[in-house]
Design a protein around this ligand. Structure first.
Ligand SMILES: Cc1cc2nc3c(=O)[nH]c(=O)nc-3n(C[C@H](O)[C@H](O)[C@H](O)COP(=O)(O)O)c2cc1C
Length: 458
């Protein structure tokens, strides 16, 4: 049975520097541009012109080898988005931040700050970062194991939500008549004490425009899906076929229902690699051009890193060395991509060369490469089948493909009646059609802080 659909599909633009094809940046004249704020701002403005829901900045706080032949994304996403917010007015701003390597207080404050700065457009992509190389940047020898990372993530998000609710919506009085600026009786400690996260609170800034900035999650393991179904307003995912996507969306929705949530408030957004041409042939030609800019040397190293085997063990004309490939889930931070890659390589007995050619060196998302009509039709098919609530659009080249998508695909989606023709409000929650959560203060009496007004700051 087809799941119920929201009114507009959700489009998120993944701000991958230069685009998802690793060599795409080489078509530019100034290579460094692709790792700068100017590049992000340019792409975000294009996405906003196309009424996209949000732009997304991924992040991992570590330097990894795969950065050698493609533009890096080193800028802290919350800082970059605070700047992008000054150049845009409606588009949502998704910042990735780790629950493994942050303090809940600092991160709750940073994301709430972004929500204030952007007038209600902040979203947090919650990642339970894996990898000993990351741990070593934070004074640890090894990262937490998979289950522990997710237990910490649950606690972390619980604590952040409580911090965001530590100010009642009416606590920021700023009454020029009475001289009361803050009603301290409407601010409460959170006194959160878990196994991994302990924080007293309250936060040092008012509840933000969205109450709870939008939460996004992309875990693909059972633990990851558990976290997403409990907290996420939107879920990024790697899906290769309509059938698996249907099953995944149903699973997320069922689990969300189990947490007492309305499943229509969880958007499932598979990644979609796009190239839009005047004709299918032109799009395929562009694909080949972009692929040729991506050296085999880079591709084989990136693949080795992604699947966790030494590059020397990969032979171009052979299948993956299956005895060396770690089990699914061993590479937490890239587990979703890993599982999809392994599944397709096994299913089709792909050689290393074929994997590289077919997937651009490890790209595992489905693709829509063709004329605007073909791309729009593919999106419509998935959406109407109930396989997704929209897509995380991965332009093969940025800004080039995003611009083509906005100019040629968006109008077709609008004429099909499945995409908005204007932003419905000002906040990201408005755009996604999600309610603003209540502050949880109804009936709450903060006895520790005296009657309302008494403890106002002087
Ligand atoms: C579209 C997409 C974007 C992601 N972005 C990030 C990211 O920016 N940082 C990160 O550490 N992990 C990122 N991930 C990885 C997931 O957060 C998650 O760790 C991964 O899918 C493994 O899932 P698991 O931990 O449940 O095994 C992303 C995954 C997807 C599908």
């Amino acid at each position: 049975m087809t799941e119920k659909q929201p009114k507009s599909l959700t489009l998120n633009l993944n701000l991958i520097p230069g685009g998802v094809f690793p060599g795409a940046w080489r078509t530019g004249t100034d290579g460094q541009h692709f790792s700068t704020l100017d590049h992000y701002i340019e792409a975000a403005k294009i996405a906003e012109r196309g009424l996209f829901d949000a732009v997304f900045l991924a992040d991992t706080p570590v330097w990894r080898y795969r950065g050698e032949y493609r533009p890096f994304r080193g800028l802290d996403p919350t800082l970059a988005h605070a700047a992008i917010a000054q150049h845009t007015s409606h588009i949502g701003l998704v910042a990735t931040a780790s629950t493994s390597y942050n303090s809940a207080y600092n991160l709750a404050r940073r994301i709430a700050s972004l929500d204030h700065i952007s007038n209600g457009r902040a979203a947090w992509n919650i990642v339970a970062t894996n990898g000993d190389d990351v741990a070593q940047n934070f004074g640890l020898e090894y990262g937490l194991d998979h289950a522990e990372r997710y237990r910490r993530a649950h606690e972390f998000v619980e604590a952040v939500l409580r911090l965001w609710d530590s100010w009642a919506d009416d606590a920021w009085v700023a009454n020029t008549e009475t001289g009361v600026y803050v009603d301290n009786a409407r601010i409460r400690d959170v006194d959160y004490a878990g196994e991994y996260v302990t924080v007293k609170g309250p936060l040092n800034l008012p509840r933000s425009p969205q109450g709870h900035p939008v939460l996004i999650q992309a875990g693909s393991s059972a633990d990851g899906i558990g976290l997403a179904s409990r907290f996420a307003d939107a879920v990024y995912t790697v899906q290769n076929t309509i059938e698996t996507a249907l099953a995944f969306r149903k699973k997320i929705r069922d689990l969300a229902t189990g947490w007492g949530r309305d499943p229509d408030t969880v958007k499932v957004l598979p990644g979609l690699i796009t190239i839009v041409g005047d004709t299918e042939e032109a799009a395929r030609r562009r694909e080949r051009e972009l692929q040729e800019l991506h050296t085999e040397h880079y591709a084989i190293n990136a693949l080795a890193l992604q699947i966790g085997v030494p590059v020397e063990a990969l032979e171009l004309n052979k299948e993956l060395p299956w005895d060396l490939v770690p089990p699914d889930g061993a590479l937490g931070a890239s587990g979703g991509h890993f599982a999809a890659l392994i599944a397709s390589a096994k299913r089709d007995s792909l050689t290393v060369r074929q994997i590289i050619a077919r997937q651009g060196g490890g790209l595992t998302h489905i693709s829509a490469i063709g004329s605007a009509e073909q791309v729009a039709d593919q999106i419509e098919t998935w959406y109407r089948a109930g396989a997704s609530d929209g897509f995380n659009v991965m332009s093969a080249a940025l800004p080039e493909v995003a611009e083509n998508f906005v100019d040629h695909v968006v109008p077709l989606l609008q004429s099909k009646g499945i995409f908005r023709t204007e932003y419905p409000g000002t906040t990201l929650r408005d755009t996604l059609g999600l309610p603003r959560p209540a502050d949880g203060w109804e009936g709450f009496i903060n006895t520790a802080r005296g009657p309302a007004g008494e403890a106002a700051f002087s």
